[in-house]
Design a binder for this molecule. Structure first.
Ligand SMILES: Nc1ncnc2c1ncn2[C@@H]1O[C@H](COP(=O)(O)OP(=O)(O)OP(=O)(O)O)[C@@H](O)[C@H]1O
Ligand SMILES: [Mg+2]
Length: 628
């Protein structure tokens, strides 16, 4: 080798290297080009993709367009119209108010694809076109007028010049989904602009520019994209401190999803995926949601451009705040404020905080690893382990139809809804609990949610929903191991409308779901028909279940079988098929619940890791009242 060891790389190579960072997949091209359109003041952006964006991408805008001189420059590396010049004559990298500023996107794309740009400056009568193929410019030429100011950019054969890159791409479908996600996020941040996306000839998104102003326009746009039930379940957030403003929408804790995919965050209108922001959202909802639930949020952070550095990531997906603590604190504060202001709408979990204050010492918070604790006081430790029940508890099923041996019986607490507690019930109960009833004798049901029982030396409060959920879960696990899950046919199949991706993920698992008692089939684009459900889940919220399962699947490793994720899957099912709070239980039902809890392993925690009951010793209660 006689070549010099150090050499200057030719511009095509330099551009391809840059393209490696800027253009990871077709969706990145869409992002760069649509951002250029926004920077050009477009009020309408039309995006067309074919073959996952690899065959052809077309982005048309009605922005200010370019003069022929600008057109020639725009495909040159590090040529940009967007970097302001500061007073000292230097380029001002700290004062960026546009989406782009690096002058890299177009040359990068031109170096790995066939790029053609047609543009007409606003007010000019003529249009011009330029072609770049694999980094080689084919000169500029007059083009047929576009009829108005604007720019039309076509990208064909993406990555043809860097075929190795093609190997890293996912299926056409996932690339299409990536494109749709990018457009969705942008459309959310700019309600004043119309976005129209067509994928392989099918309209995928079309939202006209919102007429209204401010938050009204924002919620209209978000509802258009996230579905109107988001609008109905969203709280408005708007707070400002020290020049930093947080505004947008956050869902009620009761409107949560199984993954954090549905969290949309924007910094000065720029969609970002930022750990700090994500962590702040989690922190704000911590007291309100189980660890595996995620709120849906769409939040904007607006702050002076010199307080945030957007030049830390080549694809501009991340940003750095000068005062990260301030931003984090503001997000947590504003979300908590909104949740508190929502009052009773924001579920009842606030009370959990207060309850935590009186929890006996030694209580471990739910953050303990699943299965890390079974009961909350030393005196009960140990009974959560499997042991033969003192009566044939397995026969006390929630659903009488599940076992032929059991006759329909109102004491099965999945049957017989809403009877009153029979008069004289108290008298029929043992005055003090037998020693083998560690959860005591049921004395009352409060707020149709909590069963209060008297134990030998204290009281137990059971969350009937959480407890029932856990029992269903344990029973399903046993059935799967022993006999398989029995199913029941729905009289009318239930149709659930989903994202195309969500539907696909579920359908890929059809056979496995069937083993778990759920029979589904495709029902047109993005919809699923549910035909059979597990027999032991009565009053099943099919819609909610299917949606949450779709979210769960998105998070699972594709190589894992659902059986390997059994705890999660069955947990999700049990959650949607359980006795919700708000159901009146009679005395026998309550005691049956307590006895089955005693006989079931791990029944001290629900599937989300929260306790299913708490026990207060008399000594704790006495301390509360200052008697000790
Ligand atoms: N759709 C468009 N309408 C009008 N001008 C455009 C359009 N797209 C690009 N330009 C012009 O071309 C220039 C180069 O665009 P390019 O995307 O390569 O760089 P940039 O947007 O300045 O920075 P970045 O690399 O960060 O995106 C822009 O600065 C802008 O002046
Ligand atoms: Mg750009």
């Amino acid at each position: 080798m006689t070549q010099p060891i150090i050499r200057r790389l030719p511009p095509e190579t330099v551009n391809r290297i840059a393209a490696g960072e800027v253009v990871e997949r077709p969706a990145s091209v869409v992002k760069e080009l649509a951002e250029n359109a926004l920077d050009a003041g477009a009020k309408r952006i039309d995006i067309t993709a074919e073959g996952g964006g690899l065959v052809r991408l077309l982005i048309e805008d009605d922005g200010k367009g370019m003069s022929p001189e600008e057109l020639e420059l725009c495909i040159e590396r590090h040529a940009t119209s967007k970097l302001p010049i500061a007073e000292d004559g230097q380029d001002d990298l700290l004062n960026i108010s546009t989406m782009g500023f690096r002058g890299e996107a177009l040359p990068s794309i031109g170096s790995i694809a066939r790029l053609s740009i047609t543009t007409q400056a606003k007010g000019a009568g003529d249009a011009w076109a330029i072609l770049v193929e694999g980094g080689k410019t084919k000169g500029i030429a007059p083009a047929a007028p576009l009829g108005r100011g604007g720019t039309r950019i076509e990208v064909r054969d993406l990555f043809y010049a860097t075929p190795a890159r093609l190997k890293f791409l996912k299926s056409e479908r996932s690339e299409n989904l990536g494109i749709a996600d990018v457009v969705k996020r942008m459309a959310m941040s700019r309600p004043d602009v119309g976005f129209f996306l067509t994928l392989d000839g099918r309209k995928r998104l079309s939202v006209a520019a919102e007429r209204g102003e401010g938050s009204e326009a924002r919620i209209a746009r978000m509802s258009a994209i996230l579905g109107s039930d988001f609008g109905e379940n969203a709280l408005e957030v708007d707070q400002e401190r020290d020049g930093v403003r947080i505004f947008g929408f956050a869902s009620l804790p009761t409107y949560s999803r199984g993954s954090s995919m549905h969290q949309y965050l924007f910094v000065n209108g720029r969609p970002v995926r930022d750990k700090l922001l994500g962590g702040a959202v989690r922190g704000a909802y911590q007291d309100f949601l189980a660890r595996d639930r995620h709120p849906v949020v769409a939040l904007n952070v607006e702050l002076p451009t010199d307080l945030v550095d957007v030049n830390v990531h080549p694809a501009k997906a991340e940003v750095r705040f000068r005062d990260a603590g301030l931003v984090r604190g503001l997000i947590v504060g504003s979300l908590r404020h909104a949740l508190a202001a929502a009052g009773h709408r924001a579920s009842t979990t606030v009370a959990g905080y207060a309850l935590g204050r009186v929890r006996p010492e030694g209580y471990q918070p739910p953050q303990a690893p699943p299965g890390g604790y079974q009961s909350h006081t030393a005196s009960l430790a140990g009974w959560g382990a499997p042991r033969p029940p003192s009566e044939p508890i397995q026969d006390r099923v929630f659903d009488p139809g599940m076992s032929a041996r059991v006759e329909p019986n109102p004491s099965d607490y999945g049957a017989g809804m809403g009877e009153d507690v029979p008069a004289g019930f108290e008298a029929a109960q043992p005055a003090s609990p037998p020693p083998d009833w560690p959860l005591g004798v049921a004395r009352a049901q409060l707020h149709e949610t909590y069963v209060v029982a008297q134990t030998g030396d204290g009281i137990v409060i059971v969350d009937q929903h959480a407890a029932h959920e856990r029992l269903v879960y344990e029973r399903m696990k046993k059935m799967i191991a022993e006999t398989g899950v029995q199913r029941q046919r729905l009289l009318v199949p239930e149709i659930v409308n989903l994202d195309e991706a969500e539907a696909r993920r579920l359908l890929e698992r059809t056979e496995e779901l069937e083993e778990l008692g759920l029979v589904i089939e495709a029902f047109g684009q993005g919809a699923i028909a549910v035909r059979e459900t597990p027999a032991l889940l009565k009053k099943l919220d099919v819609q909610g279940l299917i949606r949450d399962l779709a979210d769960d699947l998105a998070e699972y490793d594709q190589a894992l079988s659902l059986k390997e994720k059994l705890e999660d899957v069955v947990g999700t099912m049990a959650c949607h098929g359980s006795v919700r709070s708000g159901r009146r239980l009679n005395g026998e039902e309550m005691n049956a619940l307590l006895r089955e809890m005693e006989a079931t392993p791990h029944s001290g925690q629900c599937n989300h890791g929260r306790p299913t009951y708490v026990e207060l010793k008399l000594s704790d209660i006495e301390r509360l009242f200052g008697r000790r």
